[in-house]
Unconditional design. Sequence first.
Length: 114
Amino acid sequence: QVQLVESGGGLVQPGGSLRLSCVASGRIFGITGMGWYRQAPEKQRELVATISNGGGTYYGDSVKGRFTISRDRAKNTLYLQMNSLKPEDTAVYYCYAYALRTYWGQGTQVTVSS
């Protein structure tokens, strides 16, 4: 089992920045990839970014050039640096980890509004 706990969400003005964190615990040695999804009200869950054990990254088109995913193995922590935030980035952001199956965090709310 892998447990994931996100933090760092909140209210920010358009153009602002936030950094989300996701701390992994449990059987973390089996993790082969991690990433972030988000879900806005009445919308489908959207893939935001992924990072592999080798460090390869992928970003959704809507966040390319604005968001950066990174991982600190020593701290068992995944990050999502979000810059130039827009109102359409408002959503609940979920961390996930893949270790033979997908594990999910509880989600953290990000609200971009003036």
